[in-house]
Design a protein around this ligand. Structure first.
Ligand SMILES: O=C(CO)COP(=O)(O)O
Length: 255
């Protein structure tokens, strides 16, 4: 497969700097178990980005979970893309369902963030997914492709080729329930087909699509084995170095 698989943790609002340091130390001790041929990343709270950048093994990249889409200005409490890029942040999440729901982020705001992240030279991770009532109504494809179309609007073909899209069904997040690999593959294939329509075949062949939602060491391989799923965005199971390493090991057979 031409696309490098990506195992990405999303720590959400967990871990102090001291806890992040001890995670990085522990992962460093086990770094030989991080199989080659996979790209690794941890999206951490802003406060832990620096310690992770300094202490994580070299093959584990640092990501942020949010950003404000302005270069600078009177935006009390916000963080600009350039501030993240300055010390080596590689990925930034945009449009995670928790931000869409709890902080009322619209598709338009998500799109501004995606553009600002790409313009600052980092890789946007556009998060999309249907909620349970949308799933029951049978409109998963419409919801997800709508979010992707609006989220990527205005990016260049090259920026889309570099980007990451995370398909996370809202009902699967933190619930212990997952999509079936077949359903996740179907949605991922629809996302890739839409990217091909909007940005061309080359961008569609390069963009990485992750599955997220209750991914664990014992189920990650079943998703990443699917043709259009290039990795996983993992919440709870990314918090312990041991389960992060177990997920890396589980990918051995499927890359
Ligand atoms: O929201 C998620 C990652 O962004 C998924 O969280 P869980 O892996 O804890 O279900």
């Amino acid at each position: 497969m031409a696309r490098t698989p990506l195992l990405m943790g999303n720590w959400k609002m967990y871990k102090t700097v001291a806890e992040a340091r001890s995670f990085a130390e522990s992962l460093g001790q086990q770094s030989a178990a991080l199989v080659d041929g996979v790209e690794y990343a941890i999206c951490a709270p802003y406060t832990s980005l620096h310690v992770l950048r300094v202490m994580l093994p070299a093959n584990v990249k640092v990501g942020a979970q949010n950003v404000y889409p302005q270069k600078e200005g009177a935006y009390t409490g916000e963080i600009a893309p350039g501030m993240l890029a300055e010390f080596g942040t590689r990925f930034v999440l945009a449009g995670h369902s928790e931000r869409r729901m709890l902080f009322n982020e619209s598709d338009q705001m998500v799109n501004h963030k995606v553009r600002a992240i790409a313009e600052a030279g980092m890789i946007p991770v556009l998060c999309v997914g249907e909620n349970s009532s949308q799933k029951q109504d049978g409109i998963t494809k419409e919801v997800v492709t709508g979010q992707v179309q609006q989220g990527l609007d205005g990016l260049s073909q090259e920026q889309v080729a570099q980007a990451v899209i995370a398909y996370e069904p809202v009902w699967a997040i933190g619930s212990g329930k997952t999509a079936t690999p077949e359903d996740a593959q179907y949605v991922a294939s629809e996302i890739r087909a839409l990217v091909a329509d909007l940005f061309g075949a080359e961008a569609a062949a390069s963009v990485r699509i992750l599955y997220g939602g209750s991914v664990k060491p014992d189920n990650i391989a079943s998703f990443v084995r699917e043709a259009d799923i290039d990795g996983a965005l993992v919440g709870g199971a990314s918090l312990e170095p041991s389960s992060f390493v177990e997920m890396a090991q589980a990918l051995k057979g499927v890359i």
